[in-house]
Each structure stands twice: as C-alpha cells, then as structure tokens.
Design a protein around this ligand. Structure first.
Ligand code: SF4
Length: 253
C-alpha cells in the first residue's frame, strides 16, 4: 500500500464512520507469543501495507489475506470489511468479562488515528491492550502511551517482496525505543534463525520469540521440534500456535 492510499485511508477512518474491521471474536485464548494461553478478545482490522506470500521469493502465504487482498476478496463483502465505530467496539468489549484486548490485522497501524482513539479509550477503561503489528509503521507517542505491549512481527525474506518494504529501520527503532515491544518471528525453515539473529543484533531487539509457520497442528509441532534447540542456543523464546493446535485454521478462534 503506497503513501497516497495510506493517507486516503487515514482520512476515511477519521470521518467518524468507524474503523474498517474484519473480525471481532472472543473470549478465546491468545495463541502466540508472550501472552500465550491468556483469555483475550480480538479485534482484527482490515487492510495491510504488505502482501506477504505474493512477492518474489515467497515461501509461505498470509493466513489472513481476506483482510487486505482485495483482488481475491471483495472489499464490499461485510464479512471481511465493515465499518464499526469506536463506541460500538467499546460496548462489545465491555459486554465480555475479559480484561485483555488484542488488536490485530491486517496491519492495525494503517488506520493510525482511529487505532490511537480506540486504544486510548480501552486504556482509560482499564483494559490491557496488545497491538500486533508487522513493525513497518512508526508508532505515535499517543499510541505508545495507550498500549500495554506491541507484539512486533517483522517479516523475513520468506514472506516475499522487497526488503525495503518489510524492514523499515525508523519504525523498528520506534518500537524498540517505546520500551513496550516484544518481537516475534515466524520461522518457515531453520536457516532463517541466522536472518533473525542479524535483525535482533542490528536493532537491539530485547525480548524475542520464534514461532513455526503452519496452519495445521502437525505442521506446527514439527516446526517447533525443528527450531527448539537453535532457539535455546540463540537465547530466543519459543512460541507454539495454540489456536492452531485447538482449532486448526478456523477463522475467528
Ligand atoms: S503483514 Fe501480516 S497481515 Fe500483512 S500480509 Fe503479512 S502476514 Fe498478512
């Protein structure tokens, strides 16, 4: 997504008709990373500024392509993209007895001002707010203040596409400097651990999780065994994909 489209989208989501949302679901369990196993509500934003799986060299496909691939999916289909106001989202969250809200995507920071508004409202209501991001857009001060943690998942060469789009130094420095970032890398083959180590050292990433790619329990388990020793040796944490173990690639779980 280029800067012009991002700007236009920013204008659209600032006109009080609400955010572009793909899924609202939960209570469920956070299936990945530092909050693994915690009960959470999920708000999945539509739109993404990357297109993992579609560029040259891609070795895995985005499992939420319906949030952004509008050549394949119809953006008028309300099951993949509808406007929901911040008030409606807050009402839905407050109707549940869960204190952790995970905002995911797509790429939530594409809808920056509206995301800040939502995160600030949730924060002021006393909720823990995690934002899952590909780490290519610089978080604003207001967003940093509102979130409990960023789960930053930079995309490696196996995601396909140009490095200049996947790895944005100013944005990664912004997340590191926020003091609220935990980094999580999807690993599709063992050799990628070297690529991850290079990024961790270059950007001085603190807490790091590695997680196997896969949308079936067998694939994820095989991947976990393949990367466990290397993760230990490099000082990385290891994450399964609990939702895949429980429900496969069923949407909204
Ligand atoms: S950044 Fe995430 S949502 Fe966007 S295309 Fe890549 S995997 Fe999919």
């Amino acid at each position: 997504m280029n800067a012009g489209v991002l700007h236009l989208l920013g204008q659209q989501v600032n006109d009080d008709r609400g955010l572009f949302i793909a899924d609202l679901f939960g209570p469920t369990f956070q299936g990945e990373g530092p909050s693994l196993g915690r009960q959470a509500l999920f708000i999945r934003f539509s739109h993404c500024n990357l297109s993992c799986g579609q560029g040259p060299g891609a070795r895995w496909a985005c499992d939420t392509a319906y949030t952004w691939d509008f050549k394949t999916y119809d953006p008028q289909d309300l099951k993949i993209r509808r406007r929901v106001s911040v008030d409606e989202l807050i009402t839905w969250v407050k109707s549940q007895a869960v204190r952790l809200v995970v905002i995911t995507g797509g790429e939530p920071l594409v809808q920056g001002p509206a995301l800040e508004h939502l995160a600030s409202r949730l924060h002021s209501e006393g909720y823990e707010v995690e934002v899952e991001t590909n780490g290519t857009l610089i978080p604003s001060e207001d967003l940093v203040a509102a979130v409990t943690a960023f789960n930053v998942s930079p995309k490696l060469a196996a995601a396909g596409g140009q490095e200049v789009r996947r790895i944005v130094p100013a944005a990664l420095h912004g997340f590191v400097d926020s003091g609220k970032a935990r980094f999580k890398f999807v690993v599709s083959e063992l050799a990628e651990v070297k690529e991850i180590t290079g990024l961790v050292e270059r950007f001085r990433m603190g807490e790091v999780w590695v997680m196997p790619e896969g949308t079936t329990a067998d694939t994820v388990r095989t991947g976990l065994r393949a990367i466990a020793d290397e993760a230990l040796a490099r000082g990385f944490n290891l994450s399964p994909r609990l939702h895949v173990e429980l429900w496969g690639d069923e949407r909204g779980r």
